[in-house]
Design a protein around this ligand. Structure first.
Ligand code: ZN
Length: 187
């Protein structure tokens, strides 16, 4: 998706999907295009996301972009500069419900907000804040991965380790993408 860079109206773009569906890769792609368009871009991620490098967004295919790790969504509001036109937020499901309000405020102030995150947890339950962002956002892109069991389109994140915690940070060692047929939420 490429937008007219001179627009002063803000909006929210949501990039969602399962693990390994290329969400971060898509976020980085859009932000790099905004950089090329000489727009002022700021990028945030959660301090919980320490999979690769704290101060960078890194996709599974290893493309990178410098990012500012924050502990809460409210910190994003404080950290956004007055002249910033584009705000990228990765792993938005890591943030609490206030991420929705933060994204709305940023968009209402004329900024383009691009939010990426998981739409469902490892049990296949929607993350409420992502569902709300999808409802209030102007543009929603749902990426599918490929089922690592059968090769069908996949939109579930199968957890491979035992943990009752909703958020367990990890990549290929802890999760794999699964289709509806192969997903086993109780595992
Ligand atoms: Zn499958």
């Amino acid at each position: 998706m490429i937008f007219n860079v001179s627009s002063a109206s803000g909006w929210i773009e949501v990039v969602c999907g399962s693990m390994f569906s290329g969400k971060t890769q898509e976020l980085i792609r859009r932000l790099k295009l905004a950089n090329i368009a000489k727009q002022k871009v700021q990028v945030f991620n959660s301090h919980l996301d320490v999979r690769y490098a704290k101060e960078h967004l890194v996709s599974h295919d290893k493309s990178t972009l410098a990012a500012h790790p924050v502990k809460s969504a409210k910190e994003i509001l404080k950290a956004v500069d007055k002249d910033t036109q584009v705000v990228g937020i990765d792993e938005a499901h890591f943030f609490g419900p206030e991420i929705v309000d933060v994204a709305q405020k940023l968009a209402n102030s004329g900024r383009r907000v691009i939010v990426a995150g998981l739409d469902q947890d490892y049990r296949g339950e929607p993350f409420d804040n992502m569902a709300k962002l999808m409802a209030v956002g102007e543009f929603v892109t749902k990426n599918l991965a490929i089922c690592m069991v059968c090769g069908n389109p996949a939109h579930f994140s199968q957890r491979l380790t035992d943990s009752g915690k909703r958020i367990v940070v990890g990549a290929g060692d802890k999760y794999e993408a699964r289709c509806r047929k192969c997903f086993q939420p109780e595992k």
